[in-house]
Design a protein around this ligand. Structure first.
Ligand code: ADP
Length: 210
């Protein structure tokens, strides 16, 4: 199962990806987590990305494409993966298609979490409060100013990615404002359909009937 989760910052991609990882036993490839780990480890890529990320801007396509290519080629991604936070630009989506195409693979589904953007700031504020209450460290880009920049980057760069996948007829949309459990159920239902379609396709039944 090869999946992409799309949606603005705070839409719940991370929460749902973690659940999908448990259910399907496939790695969750979060470019945000990987970049934060690179920053923490002070690798050259991490050091270059830090200032960009703190502002809420996107790091260069080449950096993330390189990271994702390595992860997809890793043995634990043989059975599939969940991409969370990638692709975030049409160029990244094209690079992903090329990487998979070279292995004769394709995405099974792209799931977009639709959310009411007015609610996102409140979600982020709640996340910050929760993190602080648990004694955790708040992300440098979870300030209102950086969050607005992340949302602007989403509109300018990532919204066209949804259109890119809609054209390829792999885009599925889920109401990301529903309670976490309901979102998980909606994704499960979509994926059951996607798996059935893929299986039927492989068996040579192209009429979509079971
Ligand atoms: P969120 O989806 O909540 O904004 P992420 O953890 O996915 O947060 O990403 C945090 C930051 O990491 C982004 O604002 C950006 O700077 C960087 N980043 C993550 N993924 C990508 C990507 N695919 N392309 C460019 N930058 C990325």
């Amino acid at each position: 199962m090869r999946l992409v989760l799309l949606g603005p910052p705070g839409a719940g991609k991370g929460t749902q990806s973690a659940r999908l990882k448990e259910k399907y036993h496939i790695p969750q490839l979060s470019t945000g987590d990987m970049l934060r780990a690179a920053v923490e480890a002070a690798t050259p890529a991490g050091l270059a990305a830090k200032a960009i990320m703190d502002k809420g801007c996107l790091v260069p396509d080449e950096t993330v494409v390189g990271i994702v290519a390595d992860c997809i080629a890793a043995p634990d991604a043989k059975a599939g993966f969940i991409l969370d936070g990638f692709p975030r630009t049409v160029r990244q989506a094209e690079a992903l298609a090329k990487m998979l195409g070279a292995k004769n693979l394709d995405l099974d589904a792209v799931i977009e979490l639709k959310v009411d953007e007015a609610a996102l700031l409140a979600r982020i504020a709640a996340r910050v409060k929760e993190t602080l209450a648990c004694g955790g460290t708040v992300r440098a880009d979870d300030t209102p100013v950086a969050f607005k920049t992340r949302l602007d980057a989403y509109h300018a760069e990532t919204a066209p990615v949804a259109a890119y996948y809609a054209k390829k007829a792999v885009l599925k949309t889920v109401d990301g404002m529903a309670p976490v459990e309901a979102v998980t159920r909606a994704i499960d239902q979509l994926l059951e359909g996607a798996v059935r379609t893929v299986r039927l396709g492989r068996e040579g039944h192209h009429d979509g009937t079971i």
